[in-house]
Design a protein around this ligand. Structure first.
Ligand SMILES: [Zn+2]
Length: 468
């Protein structure tokens, strides 16, 4: 085996997105992907590598774009083609590419076209970098395992002309001239173009120790050495990562859904979920985890939510396709915080003296389930009942300061509303005009030392939460 000096980079995926860094123990993604509508992925070469344009090269590397002098004419293009084709080893993945022809180098960045250049036209690559992929994305593509992937629209690969290359054949036949396997480098860079990150990352970029031979020998390993062909074609780790991007894919959709990311219901309620996939005919099984301890194993699943909460649903789909091998394919999909299960609001408040006849409402209502409370309104009644008309204008603050008109007994009502209905809490107390010294310092109330006059009493104006 040929040593892989760690000083040589196989190229940084420099895209404007961040490299996936979820784990150092398996494949990663750049989170930049192409979608079915982009197929076949069209790419241009800055030079066709043939005899005609080679003649246009000048000695300094030039601006014409030319193939690399260390490999035969035509080989740049041939190895780029092979780099794409090698990813078809991921038999369960659906993608296609098409060579679109020659295009000159000028203005190749940000032009919505995929350019492969063989001579670092802008002289941007540092010594030690063999090649580089620059990918631009715009809108969102899809969410995979809770991570938002972006849709690629332009990905350019450039090779460093300060590096000596070799052909895969020469290396295979033991005739290596000491150069880097151009096909191997292309397979790696095209991996980046397609959205693959590194199997192990450069420690200088935060990569951890890399000891697993499967990751070290992966095409997407961050570094490599000359005269190598062990990473020329993707290995099992590369194939798994690539298939996660372009293999059969399934998501789900459920009743009570108000958007792709959110289903809202009032407990208890039944959520009915179905698999959404272009590959439904291949699907043979699914496992669901509803986030509250409930699970199901069925293609369509129903689950009863009984407790208020924000829940994540996770689904694992299994499918069969000959090309995917005897184990078929699997796809995991989850929607984080997808279910908002609301109960009736649980209002609670206390009243604290501020100064004179001003009192502060201290809101203790249950807000543990995000998004279930949408309205609040305070009312004040004279006496210890709630008959008649509120003596204050409608107040919709969360913790208002209320000034009472005179000494006397009042009943304060807080109405709390949301998808689970409206519930009210009330506090009856004696307002007393006296000089306050701020919250927490009023000893005249007789309850504790904090001016708290009464603990909320609950008025069951709506059904409380219940178990079924
Ligand atoms: Zn790389």
């Amino acid at each position: 085996m040929i040593a892989r000096p760690s000083t040589l980079l196989i190229g940084a995926a420099l895209g404007f997105g961040m490299l996936g860094s979820s784990t150092a123990l398996a494949w990663t993604h750049t989170e930049q992907v192409w979608l079915a509508e982009d197929m076949p992925i069209r790419w241009y070469s800055s030079d066709d590598g043939g005899q005609n344009t080679i003649a246009n090269c000048d000695a300094s590397g030039g601006t014409q774009g030319c193939c690399e002098e260390s490999v035969p004419a035509g080989y740049c293009l041939e190895s780029a083609q092979a780099g794409f084709d090698n990813w078809h080893d991921a038999k369960c993945a659906d993608f296609d590419h098409e060579y679109a022809g020659f295009c000159d180098n000028s203005g190749y960045l940000l032009d919505f076209q995929n350019h492969f250049t063989f001579n670092d036209p802008d002289d941007e690559l540092d010594l030690g970098v063999i090649g580089e992929t620059l990918t631009r994305t715009n809108e969102n593509a899809f969410i995979l395992d809770g991570v938002q992937y972006k849709h690629s629209y332009d990905s350019d690969i450039q090779m460093n002309d300060n590096v000596v290359f070799d052909t895969a054949d020469r290396i295979r036949n033991g005739n290596c001239n000491g150069g880097f396997n151009m096909e191997e480098i292309y397979t790696h860079e095209i991996g980046h173009l397609m959205g693959m990150g590194h199997s192990c990352e450069d420690p200088k970029k935060g990569g951890g120790p890399c000891t697993d031979p499967v990751l070290i020998e992966a095409t997407m390993m961050w570094n490599g050495g000359p005269c190598s062909n062990e990473a020329e074609t993707p290995n099992e780790d590369d194939i798994q990562g690539f298939t996660a991007l372009y293999g059969p894919y399934a998501s789900f959709s459920c009743s009570h859904q108000v958007s792709d990311d959110l289903a809202i219901g009032v407990v208890p309620f039944d959520l009915n979920c179905v698999i959404v996939s272009d590959y439904l005919s291949e699907v043979t099984g699914a496992d669901w985890n509803f986030g509250d301890g409930g699970t199901a194993s069925a293609l369509t699943a129903t689950h009863t939510y009984t407790e208020p909460g924000n829940y994540t649903i996770q689904m694992s789909v299994h499918g069969e396709r000959e090309a995917c091998g005897p184990d078929g394919w699997n796809n995991d999909f989850r929607k984080v915080g997808y279910v908002r299960a609301c109960g009736a609001p649980v209002p609670s408040f206390e009243v604290a003296h501020v100064d004179g006849l001003k009192y502060q409402m201290l809101n203790d209502s249950d807000v543990s389930v995000y998004g279930c409370i949408s309205a609040i309104q305070w009312e004040v009644f004279e006496g210890d009942g709630t008959s008649g008309k509120s003596i204050i204008p409608a107040n919709r603050a969360w913790e208002p300061v209320i000034e009472f008109p005179d000494n006397g007994t009042y009943t304060v009502v807080m109405n709390l509303g949301g998808i689970g209905g409206t519930t009210a809490a009330k506090v009856t107390f004696d307002a007393k005009n006296h000089r306050g010294e701020g919250y927490g310092c009023d000893n005249t109330s007789g309850v504790g030392g904090f001016g708290v006059l009464s603990i909320a009493g609950l008025l069951a104006l709506a059904t409380r939460r219940r178990r079924t």
